[in-house]
Structures are given as structure tokens and as C-alpha cells.
Design a protein. Structure first.
Length: 266
């Protein structure tokens, strides 16, 4: 009789355990809150790979930072001319598209900076242009809507001569085509973006031994956006810079970690 009671007790215990395991297995994982991240095509920061998936420096940094604060990033490709308008219309929650923070501190709620970019000048290898002053009277090509265009049009760099002959193009590829065909004498843009092209033809181009400027890059939320979320991202991005995560990401894309992460200084 006692043996039978033990068997019944053991059976009941097993049933209870199985039910508990079944209940646990059926419980759905808590869904992470989503953050809609707006970006514009600009290799190597934000672009689609051969499989059609978003990739690039900004994408990888965003994925890691969002994971650290418990958010799921949803990437949305925006037209470069409408990105600020779409942010204000709440089409996206933020812009994470290699945006420079300098002189825009009051226009947005910012998360970051998470890295720095160098604006540089590229000329043909046999060009006589050696300094920024030599750009006087030359035709300079830039990507339309870029910070490089803004620097020139608004005279933000006192070392740059007045450039009256400025050509703008939709993509960096078109900018390089203009230089290769002799329509432009020089181009100005992100060092990292231009490097994708100059690395393919190292004997055809050279960089001037000076930067137009070094810009702090951040994530832009609209002025009345989610300030608490921006603060969480700022902290996560700071941790990523300090623990070497950001440096590891930019190195994958062939960039100088010292300049990209610290702006060229310790």
C-alpha cells in the first residue's frame, strides 16, 4: 500500500513538473520596444549589402547601442532632401545618418557624439593643387545636401578660399566621376566615404595633407522628441567608445580608430 502511495505521489509530481514546463514554454518573450531609425544611403555609414539588408558603420553602432538599452532598431531609408521634414512629421523617431552636431546643438535633441568624421580634399594624383588656398578659382565637387556643401556655401572654414565654381551631385559615385572626367578639379567629403573609391585606384588620386574640418557626429531627435531615450543612447554610445566597441566597428571599414573615435586626439 505504501509503495502504491509513493508511485502515485511520484506520478503527480511528474505531472506538475510537466505542466510547469509547458506553461513556461508557452509564455511569449517580452517584445522589445522599437525605435525607427532614419538613414540616407551613404557608404560606408548606411547602405544595403548584396543581400538587400541594411549595413554600415551607423547601422552596426545603432544595433549594438539599441541592444544595450533594450530596444529593437527598425531602419528606414529616407530621401536626403526630406530627412529633417520626415523627422518632424514623426515618420521616424530619430536620424542616425552620419549627422554632424556642430552648429546644430539647439536644433535637435542629440544622442552622442558617437564618433568623429574628417572632411578632406581629394585631387588627381598629378594635380598641382597642394593646399586649401590652391582651390581658389578651381571647380570643387561635393555631394548635394552634405555638410561639405554647407561648409563651402556658408564659409564655415576660414582657411578655405571662396569657391565660386561648386558642382553638386546626388551620390559620391557621381562626384568621383566628375573628378575622373576632369569636370572638377577637386572633391571634398567624408574621408571614410571617399576612401571607398580612392582605395580602388590608389595611384590615381591623392589627399591634401590637411582636413577641412573634424566633425562630431550624433543621433538627432526632434526638439520635442524622446529626451529620456536620447539620454539612454548617449550613455550606451559613451560606453561603446570607452570599451573599444566603436573602434572595432570602424576598423572593419578601414578607418583610423584614433581619428574616428576620438577626433584625432587622445
Amino acid at each position: 500500500m505504501r509503495k502504491k502511495a509513493w508511485i502515485l505521489l511520484l506520478f503527480a509530481t511528474l505531472i506538475a513538473l510537466l505542466c510547469a514546463c509547458s506553461d513556461t514554454a508557452q509564455q511569449p518573450e517580452t517584445e522589445k520596444p522599437k525605435i525607427r531609425i532614419g538613414g540616407t544611403t551613404y557608404a560606408p555609414y548606411f547602405y544595403r549589402n548584396i543581400g538587400g539588408n541594411y549595413t554600415g558603420i551607423d547601422v552596426e553602432i545603432a544595433e549594438e547601442a539599441c541592444a544595450r538599452i533594450g530596444y529593437e532598431p527598425v531602419f528606414v531609408e529616407l530621401d536626403i532632401d526630406r530627412r529633417f521634414e520626415l523627422l518632424n512629421e514623426d515618420y521616424v523617431d530619430c536620424l542616425w545618418s552620419c549627422l554632424t552636431m556642430d552648429d546644430r546643438e539647439d536644433e535637435f535633441i542629440w544622442a552622442g557624439p558617437y564618433m568623429y568624421t574628417q572632411r578632406v580634399v581629394v585631387v588627381p594624383a598629378d594635380s598641382e593643387i597642394e593646399t586649401l588656398e590652391d582651390l581658389d578659382g578651381k571647380c570643387v565637387a561635393v555631394q548635394a545636401g552634405s555638410t561639405s556643401e554647407e561648409i563651402i556655401l556658408e564659409g564655415l572654414n576660414p582657411n578655405l578660399p571662396e569657391i565660386s565654381n561648386l558642382s553638386t551631385f546626388s551620390t559620391v559615385g557621381e562626384v568621383f566621376t566628375s573628378l575622373r572626367k576632369g569636370y572638377a578639379d577637386a572633391i571634398i567629403g567624408h574621408e571614410s566615404s571617399l576612401k571607398l573609391y580612392t582605395d580602388e585606384y590608389p595611384d590615381s588620386y591623392r589627399y591634401l595633407n590637411m582636413s577641412v574640418c573634424s566633425d562630431a557626429v550624433g543621433v538627432a531627435f526632434k526638439p520635442d522628441g524622446d529626451e529620456a531615450l536620447a539620454e539612454k543612447l548617449t550613455q550606451a554610445l559613451l560606453e561603446m567608445r570607452e570599451d573599444g566597441t566603436t573602434a572595432a566597428i570602424v576598423k572593419k571599414y578601414g578607418l583610423d580608430a584614433e581619428k574616428s573615435v576620438n577626433g584625432g586626439t587622445e
